[in-house]
Design a protein around this ligand. Structure first.
Ligand SMILES: [Zn+2]
Length: 491
């Protein structure tokens, strides 16, 4: 009996070692890449051009001329001659919106295989990358892949969005070691990263947070990310460039914040202290500082509520079967099961979500720049698809469809300093346009009715979009890609 047990242990150990070796070996197989279509001269005819500015306007029967990957002309149809070499795209009954910008995604080394084509097929032509594979390793020697992706996006070697901003490290420390922090800041500055991402311990002492602010200011590097629950932002002068995830602003806006630890049990207490003059004062100050707010409802309070109800925030469960590698799908399923709650807890999470939505509207009315972001890669949040869900959350929060679109186009373009080239359909800007078959200002869900995407002057028509989606599906089901994904978890 004993020897049988021993033998089983030995066999199991051998199988694990063998699997480890096989996964590592397979992981070295270089994955395929998907090349982008060649940019062409294009003319979109008879199209409705949507401008999400202000109340939102639509100019009907327009023509958009695209040459050398830029928008050369937008005006009444027929007001200029169609260039002879241009490919004509019939825009009749179509609505042209600016290419969408997701202000909060995460990437992996496998993003060219698993994420970028999904973004493009969903009309998301630009992203802010809040952390790649390196940022999870706390290893500053780890070289981010972003520099190469940017070159490949430009040359068309890869179907990929523009990466507007990117960070390769996030600070998690409980206490601030000045020398260590200065060393880290030097590395991110050398990489020309736009800010230091913070995801600190939620109970960090205010004086430690103060030290961090002082050092970051002394080195002229901005902070962006999570706000620890122990911190009152109003106690500091312009401390952060952007605040991520609804729970973090909700905590700042409650007088009972000191009793909140992020867990469900303390959520009713937090809700009791919501609003009031402290919140109004904070929002006014954030507006003054132009601190950006990226609620990521789809990954924050919306996700908690969905998981409590044994659901996902993504509308279609089929997408997960198609576009996720199996281990990721299992992980998401596990996390969803772990978040399942009874009716009483579901009610708490529903109230929390409603409060988060209400605060987004309040922030937007106070003049805080609200941006659409998803936190894609988080459980149940899919690159590309989930941005449309986030737009629907923003409308549920009380923003008009035009205001929601603005939060995914011109608002991020302004916040990231690229509004002269992105964020609207205007002459001189990059040719990033999404064609919809229905009016998004009447119903925000119409942003999902995509008939074509033009990204950097490259046309993804129905066939090209389907090819991009099919490519990801194929990649996600390859053993070598799965092995590379698994290997990425421990290297
Ligand atoms: Zn994130």
């Amino acid at each position: 009996m004993f020897s049988l047990f021993k033998r089983l242990v030995a066999i199991s150990a051998a199988v694990i070692v063998l699997l480890f070796v096989v996964i590592n070996a397979l992981a070295f197989v270089e994955p395929d890449t998907l090349k982008a279509p060649t940019p062409k001269s294009l003319v979109i005819t008879h199209v409705n051009v949507v401008d999400p500015n202000g109340a939102g306007t639509i100019r009907s029967n327009q023509m958009i001329v695209i040459e050398a990957q830029a928008i050369r002309y937008v005006g009444d149809h027929g007001s200029v001659a169609i260039p002879t070499d241009a490919q004509v795209v019939d825009g009749s009954n179509q609505y042209a919106i600016p290419g969408l910008i997701d202000a909060h995604v995460h990437t992996l080394r496998l993003s060219p295989q698993l994420h970028f084509p999904l973004l493009i097929a969903n009309g998301v032509t630009s992203i802010r990358d809040m952390g790649d594979s390196c940022s999870w390793s706390d290893d500053l020697d780890c070289q981010p892949d972003v520099a190469l992706w940017r070159l490949q996006q430009k040359s068309g070697a890869l179907v990929a969005p523009r990466i507007l901003q990117s960070v390769s490290f996030h600070l998690e420390d409980e206490s601030i070691d000045v020398a260590m922090l200065e060393q880290r800041i030097a590395v991110v500055q050398k990489r020309a990263e736009p800010f230091l991402k913070i995801q600190l311990d939620n109970q960090i002492a205010p004086q430690e947070f103060g030290k961090l602010i002082d050092i970051s200011k002394a080195h002229n590097v901005a902070l962006a990310g999570h706000v620890p629950f122990s911190i009152d932002l109003l106690a500091f002068d312009n401390p952060m460039r952007s605040i991520e995830h609804d729970v973090h602003l909700l905590a700042q806006c409650s007088t009972t914040r000191p009793e909140f630890n992020g867990r469900n049990q303390t959520k009713p207490v937090l809700l009791q202290g919501i609003g009031g003059s402290h919140c109004a004062q904070l929002l006014a100050q954030l507006a003054k500082w132009q601190t950006v707010y990226v609620p990521t409802h789809v990954a924050a309070s919306g996700q908690d509520l969905a998981f409590a109800k044994a659901a996902f925030t993504v509308a279609d469960a089929q997408w997960m079967q198609r576009y996720l590698v199996a281990p990721q799908r299992w992980l998401w399923q596990f996390l969803q099961n772990a978040g399942r709650e009874g009716p009483a807890e579901q009610q708490v999470l529903a109230d929390f979500h409603q409060a988060a939505l209400a605060l987004t509207k309040q922030a937007q009315q106070a003049g805080v720049p609200v941006l659409a972001g998803t936190d894609a890669l988080d459980a149940g949040v899919m690159h590309g698809f989930s941005l449309h869900q986030e737009l629907q959350y923003l409308v549920a929060a009380g923003l008009s469809p035009a205001e929601a679109l603005y939060a995914a186009t011109l608002a991020p373009a302004k916040a990231f300093g690229v509004s002269s080239t992105l964020g609207s359909i205007a002459s001189g800007k990059h040719a990033d346009i999404v064609l919809l078959s229905a009016n998004p200002l009447l119903d925000i869900r119409n942003t999902e009715k995509i008939s074509a995407v033009i990204a950097d002057g490259r046309l993804y028509d129905k066939a090209e979009r389907e090819q991009a989606l099919h490519y990801v599906e194929q990649q996600a089901h390859q053993f070598t890609v799965m092995a590379r994904f698994l290997r990425g978890l421990w290297y």
